[in-house]
Design a protein around this ligand. Structure first.
Ligand SMILES: Nc1ncnc2c1ncn2[C@@H]1O[C@H](COP(=O)(O)OP(=O)(O)OP(=O)(O)O)[C@@H](O)[C@H]1O
Ligand SMILES: [Mg+2]
Length: 225
């Protein structure tokens, strides 16, 4: 499903070149649940942003579900994201002044889905994360774990085959983090491919495979026991 070959990424600040990823070769099959780990600054977010098509590939090649991502322009990247990818972030990134249902409906507004269908699918997505009774709450009226579940519901409404998550439990206590990982585990069992960045061993333990980065390079890639 994901095939990165010889991908490099260098950030430029004025004349300064900061190598962030070097010679990345990574292949992820449909249905996998992969954790990306490594020290702060090792390139995890940079790699996830490339995998999630949030950033364009400048060097190397990337194929996602038979689409050549490395040749896509910004509009094409947006279309690829819309069709293939759901996103979950450390800080939930919900819109504060609208309720959970409206937050979950947002990606469908961009996808041009009519209002009744939107509402129906938003409710279904909230059911999938066991939050159907909180649809009318604003984010502020929800716990951190509930906010993250709304964010997961929002990531799922367009039925993307791939979920990418950057430190999805990073703002949660460990018990709530485990609950979020159980949600991920269920999604993965229902066929969603997951690529997740995490610092925490207990969180990574939910994945079947761990890729370690050091100074922008993959130094270990193994299927967990
Ligand atoms: N927008 C940017 N401009 C310039 N340099 C950047 C930018 N984003 C990241 N970097 C640099 O690229 C390297 C990799 O950063 P990245 O954010 O991918 O690390 P990370 O592994 O996600 O770290 P953390 O665990 O702290 O989130 C770091 O050296 C960082 O300073
Ligand atoms: Mg990061």
């Amino acid at each position: 499903m994901i095939l990165l070959e010889q991908v490099q990424k260098t950030y430029h600040i004025g004349d300064l070149a900061i190598p962030a990823l070097r010679n990345i070769d990574l292949r992820i099959e449909r249905g996998e649940f992969v954790a990306i780990r490594g020290a702060s600054g090792s390139g995890k977010t940079t790699l996830l942003n490339l995998v999630g098509c949030l950033d364009a590939i400048e060097q190397g090649s990337y194929r996602l579900a038979d689409t050549r991502v490395d040749q896509a322009d910004d509009d094409q990247l947006a279309a690829i994201r819309n069709k293939h990818i759901g996103f979950v972030f450390q800080l939930f990134n919900l819109i504060p002044r609208i309720n959970a249902l409206r937050n979950v409906e947002l990606p469908m507004i961009y996808a041009g889905i009519p209002p009744e269908e939107r509402r129906r699918r938003a409710l279904k997505a909230l059911q999938r994360v066991e939050l159907e009774d909180r649809g009318l709450h604003n984010p502020r009226q929800l716990s951190g774990g509930q906010q993250q579940r709304v964010a997961i519901a929002r990531a799922l409404v367009n039925d993307p085959p791939l979920l990418v998550a950057d430190e999805p439990t990073g703002s949660l206590d460990s018990k709530t983090g485990q609950e979020i990982m159980k949600v991920f585990e269920n999604l993965n069992q229902s066929g969603v491919t997951i690529v997740m960045v995490t610092h925490e061993a207990e969180v990574a333990a939910y994945a079947q495979r761990t890729v370690w980065l050091r100074d922008g390079a993959i130094v270990s890639d193994r299927v967990d026991q």
